[in-house]
Design a binder for this molecule. Sequence first.
Ligand code: FAD
Ligand code: SF4
Length: 326
Amino acid sequence: MMRLPRFRYFAPRTVADAAALLAEHGRDASLVAGGTDLWPNMKRRQQTPTRVIGLRGVAPLHGVGGAADRGFDVGAMTSLTAVEHHGALGAGWPGLAAAVRLISTPPLRNMGTLGGNLCLDTRCNYWDQTLEWRKSIDFCLKRDGKVCWVAPGSERCWAVASSDTAPVLCAIGAEVTLASVDGERRIAVRDLFRDDGIEYLNKRSNEILTTIHLPAPRGWRVAYRKLRRRESFDFPVLGVAAAARIAGGVVEEARIFVTGAGSRPHDASAAAAVLVGKRLDDRDAVAEAADRAARIAKPLDNTDFALGWRKEMARHHVTAALADLA
Ligand SMILES: Cc1cc2nc3c(=O)[nH]c(=O)nc-3n(C[C@H](O)[C@H](O)[C@H](O)COP(=O)(O)OP(=O)(O)OC[C@H]3O[C@@H](n4cnc5c(N)ncnc54)[C@H](O)[C@@H]3O)c2cc1C
Ligand code: SF4
């Protein structure tokens, strides 16, 4: 049985108190939301904070506010189940609820939060192993080692972005608020991620993600297609989110984001551009968009399935996501 290492737990009641604790304890501390990512990682000694700051008791971080005509503010601690079943949010952005439904299992969605999902650690076959397993191959760049076992000549870590909501929220044009003892700032979700398997978030270590802001749909729709081995539950090894603003059957604006094929969700804007001014039943336009998106998807051999096949599946998943939108 894998046990948690020893740590001191803090249970602040306000964002200000949580931010003060984070500032005081610096990189010795981790935030925990639902713990469905952090606790297993700590058991595997991938992360070993000596201080853990629980956000469960911070009431303002829970719940969904707003409405479809003015946009939604979702507290970072809102559970995935609550996001999945929220009536107005589901009516405004049904594609988000559909994507959330594809995450892990109902018990994990009851515990897991939307904020935690956005901040989810990157994944890799050489990383998501027990301490003993990683020690036996002499660790890797992500922690305690000197080499990347996926690309031994590489100076960077290629661990893979694996959040299902991240590409969807990027495609929607959502934003997040980050709070710290220095104040608050608001950035686009697409700018939250960095192309680096280790420092994968553009978030300072003293910042707390407090709110996810979704714009009013105003004619936009979003769809998400996910590739995984087991349909019952599994992380995405490829995910495609496609969003479009459609009027009179014609695409006025479009965005496509591909995840599971790099350390952050890739913006396939060149693929989305092909669709503007076209109908989604225009097979040539859809095929061109799918080809372009597949070109930017550069999966490595560090998750499930053969990488060549995953790349090929990017084309199919873009086509399927656009069919869902149509
Ligand atoms: C068996 C299994 C299957 C899974 N399948 C999927 C899947 O299919 N798709 C998927 O996307 N995920 C999957 N997950 C991962 C996880 O359950 C979800 O991503 C979940 O949403 C994580 O949320 P959490 O609240 O539990 O995060 P936590 O574990 O609490 O935190 C995750 C990380 O985010 C940081 N963090 C949390 N909240 C904040 C905040 N407000 N501000 C700043 N940092 C924060 C934590 O410090 C930690 O580093 C799976 C997990 C398991 C165990
Ligand atoms: S991509 Fe390389 S450095 Fe990163 S976790 Fe995997 S083996 Fe380690």
